[in-house]
Design a protein around this ligand. Sequence first.
Ligand code: NAI
Ligand code: MG
Length: 498
Amino acid sequence: MNQPHSALDTALKHAMRLSGQHLYAGRLQAPLGGKTFPVSSPATRQPVGMAADGDERDVTAAVDAAVAAKSDWAAMSPRARGQILQKAAASLAEHTEEIATMLALETGKAIRTESRVEANVLADCFEFYGGLGSELKGETIPFAPNMLVFTQREPIGVVAVILPWNAPLMLMAFKIAPALVAGNTVVIKSAEEAPLSTLFVVDLLNRTLPPGTINILSGFGPTCGGPLIADPRIGKVTFTGSVETGKIIARAAADRLIPATLELGGKSPMIVMEDADLERAVAGAVAGMRFTRQGQSCTAASRMFVHRSLCEEFVARMSNVVNAMVMGDPLDERTDIGTIISAAQLDRVRSYVDIGRQMPGVQTLQLSSMPEASELKDGFFVQPTVFVGVSNDDRLAREEIFGPVTCVIPFDDYEEVISMANDSDYGLAATIWTKDLRRALDATQRLQAGFVQVNQNIVAQPGLSYGGIKLSGLGKEASMEAMLDHFTQKKTVLISRE
Ligand code: NAI
Ligand code: MG
């Protein structure tokens, strides 16, 4: 038997073992209300397993566990906590193949281009934060000669983590690794569309971490996520997902006056100036639009502003690259593009594609081709779609589609394109492609986004602060500052020498 098959068998066995369970207080736990819901492959629609349908009772029990574990975990030296995280990172790295397979199975993300990459980022993120324990420093303040004044950082306590399905493992790592090394315990609520891969990873981490430090529930937003953030023992909430749910979470946090980190949507501009290296810009556009992930990324370069003189060639070259990509079985190594996550998301994406098709003057390019295998015939596949000639005022250019759909918007003038790029409710990421250094620097100052790149379009990485402005959210993730600013609270201590 070859390697991929044995990873599949192992992943399915784990899915069976974890089916219908939460994990808290150090072990798998059946839902107290006795309810579960099915998890199936978005590619074949075959069952993968079951997930626990958590409610308020499970929330109370999981938070009990996180509260019970909190003092001992906080009392450890930060470096010792970091060493535990790095040990956990090593065990994640040993299981990359099973983790990636489980992720591909339940989310439809292609194993080679997406799921394996994400499984590696997951382990890397724990490794990164594990090294930062000794950076949880305070300051000494020269306030008065007869006093010693200093600040110290303390853990907040129990952190609620609400996850989305689009990059569930990477986003979970960006949230829980800094929370844990800073001395907090966590209760996670997984996304209903991706409960098993996150549970699998938490089960692995739980073998290294003390019981109760890391807890995970599955269930639906209002019935499981809602009670979690409302629990009076939660000291902080961190969320990635839609703007609407982000606002619900911000309101709930405001009621309890606890801090919230919110990573929300995007409609990220990519500007291709007339002097850009077209070949690199096209490669950056394909990567930036996350076509391999069916465009299901908050950072997706979904507004491509291309100088009119290059527009035709840019579109032709990008179409060639995407046409050559293979859409198919997420578990097949030859596949470049997997599926959309769910029927609901597929409908949503199709409705936007229909809007574009009906717009006069807009050219619609549908690229790559639908898979032919009969076992994939009901899978949630959709062809990568490029709309050429959309205006920045159209719905297609204003609303987050969260699918493999991008708009190419021609422009003539630099000032015009900067103002169009900034004319958006969102402000997550932006890129500009030019050989003119002065212009590149000017654009990095003026583009309203939290993550701005010139002549490249790389994804969020451990070590680089990541997070948006405007409706794209509040707070940063993935960096040391994110750990210090969002998962600790500062105390100022004044000691008299008299
Ligand atoms: P969502 O924001 O509703 O769900 C994300 C998480 O929040 C899930 O775990 C969900 O159970 C939880 N949740 C939902 N309602 C809640 C509530 N009242 N209280 C507490 N937790 C709650 O996103 P959904 O419905 O999965 O996707 C809808 C759209 O959101 C997508 O089409 C996309 O545009 C956007 N989205 C953006 C993401 C990003 O990375 N920024 C990730 C996922 C979705
Ligand atoms: Mg929702």
